[in-house]
Design a protein around this ligand. Structure first.
Ligand code: NDP
Ligand code: 2IT
Length: 444
């Protein structure tokens, strides 16, 4: 058995109850085979892959908080510090009832390679809780966030581990978490990113993941002699990533005809009205039925269905494993040209292979959604300098970073004879930098 297969077999055996983690590792290791084969002796001796797939450390803790009825509630919190060979641990905090250690580990593992691709000095980590922010009052959200940080503060710091947003964690939650950290530590430091603009946040961070997704998609189209102008785009999700992906796609002249949340989806043949979507989701925190009520051109459907719509470009921006093999078949049958992942691991391994085998240009999340964390790193830089850059400055840097990522992953795939396989290219380019840093730093 080759080194990759041996390590993969061990990962499967040791983490049998963590299917998402196994999926993430499998996708990466299998595509790294040519690189590993070329360096097998050194990597084996150094146990490089065994070290890469085992987090540096992981924390699990109780989060007690009091709801509006006076009832004590208990949630579980996690932080996985995966790898800090190229910079402090960096990655978001997910608040969703589905959160467990396997989900946080898969996200942390992907974050290591994604952060490497940004070319900025950030390692990988991820955290979260099974707390469900839906339907909670502001006071309940604050009580939860304060309790979460009362435990987490021990493990984070501006040069140690810098959390940010993810599903269920936006500016409101980051604000409460930052306030509690500052209160306990007595330190005003850039320990979170995605902060409010009045206390150290960066302009364009809110937009960055969605905008970055479109900057790389545009570069992909350009390589294939196409542009975004006039393209029909299907987006899933209706949160932070989806909203700003839709906005930027429309600024580029495309028409986005769908969005979705966990209960249903919208088909709006005239193009999604972003201002209305922001009002429904960011201000009212309501369901997409409210969007359909206010927009005569929109149809609302219960359940899943975004990928059944005819489109040129599909951008999954909701959550993991939301684009399955049958969705991939429907997209191909409808003539999709490109699929770029705004979410983390939204496409299953078989669906990814089907899309690639049928000539669809596919960029995985590690590259395609790296604009969010890249801009987080720019927020860290601004905090260190005690300066804030203009929206245009940050946006221009983001654009350059995404264009560079595209060319790096394209080149990496070419170097190993896999031209056009941007998934392999991203895994290889992300891995090379981390692997070199790990080898240079010795056994640790
Ligand atoms: P938000 O919480 O803002 O939005 C998530 C959206 O996805 C909501 O519309 C939500 O619907 C939907 N969704 C979540 N879980 C499910 C589910 N199990 N089934 C169906 N729909 C679901 O999160 P973000 O936009 O920040 O994150 C979206 C994805 O992008 C995630 O995979 C995240 O890890 C990834 N990502 C985020 C970055 C960021 O900067 N925020 C950066 C890079 C990647 P509902 O409201 O009904 O739950
Ligand atoms: O998945 C991700 O890259 C994020 N949720 C953003 C992480 C960050 O630190 O900005």
């Amino acid at each position: 058995m080759g080194y990759v297969d041996e390590v993969l077999a061990k990962v499967k055996e040791k983490n049998a109850s963590e299917p998402e983690f196994i999926q993430a590792v499998q996708e990466v290791l299998e595509s790294l085979k040519p690189v590993i084969d070329a360096n097998e002796e050194v990597y084996r001796r150094e146990a490089l892959l065994e070290r890469l797939v085992e987090p540096d450390r992981q924390f699990k803790f109780r989060i007690p908080w009091v709801d509006d009825k006076g009832q004590v509630q208990v949630n579980v919190g996690y932080r996985v510090q995966f790898n800090n060979s190229i910079g402090p641990y960096k990655g978001g905090i997910r608040l969703h009832p589905s959160v467990n250690i396997g989900i946080i580990k898969f996200l942390g593992f992907e974050q290591v390679l994604k952060n490497s691709l940004t070319s900025l000095p950030i390692g990988g980590g991820k955290g979260g809780s099974d707390f469900d922010p839906k339907g909670k009052s502001d006071r309940e959200i604050m009580a939860f966030c304060q309790s979460f940080i009362t435990e987490l503060y021990k493990y984070i710091g501006a040069d140690v581990d810098v959390p940010a947003g993810d599903i269920g964690t936006g500016a409101r939650e980051i604000g409460y978490m930052y306030g509690q950290y500052k209160r306990i530590k007595g330190l005003y430091e850039g320990v979170f990113t995605g902060k409010g603009l009045t206390y150290g946040g960066s302009l364009a961070r809110k937009e960055a993941t969605g905008y970055g997704l479109l900057y790389i998609t545009q570069e992909l189209m350009k390589k294939h002699g196409e542009s975004m102008e006039g393209k029909v785009v299907a987006v899933s999700g209706a949160g932070n990533v989806a909203t700003y992906a839709i906005q930027k796609a429309q600024q580029m002249g495309a028409k986005v005809v769908t969005c979705s949340d966990s209960t249903g989806w919208i088909y709006d043949p005239e193009g999604i009205d972003v201002a209305l979507l922001q009002e429904v989701k960011e201000v009212k925190r309501a369901r997409l039925t409210e969007y359909a009520k206010a927009r005569p051109s929109a149809e609302y459907h219960e359940g899943k269905g975004v990928w059944t719509v005819k489109c040129d470009i599909a951008l999954p921006c909701a959550t993991q494993n939301e684009l399955l093999i049958d969705d991939a078949k429907a997209l191909v049958a409808n003539g999709v040209k490109a699929v770029c992942e705004g979410a983390n691991m939204p496409t299953t391994i078989d669906a990814t292979k089907y899309l690639q085998e049928n000539g669809v240009w596919f960029i995985g999340g590690k590259a395609a959604n790296a604009g969010g964390v890249a801009t987080s790193a720019l927020e860290m830089t601004q905090n260190s300098e005690r300066l804030s850059w203009t929206f245009e400055e940050v946006d221009a840097k983001l654009q350059q970073i995404m264009v560079n990522i595209f060319h790096n992953i394209d080149d990496a795939a070419k170097r190993y004879g896999m031209e056009g396989n941007y998934v392999a290219g991203a895994n290889i380019a992300g891995f090379e930098k981390v692997a070199n840093a790990m080898l240079a730093q010795g056994v640790c």
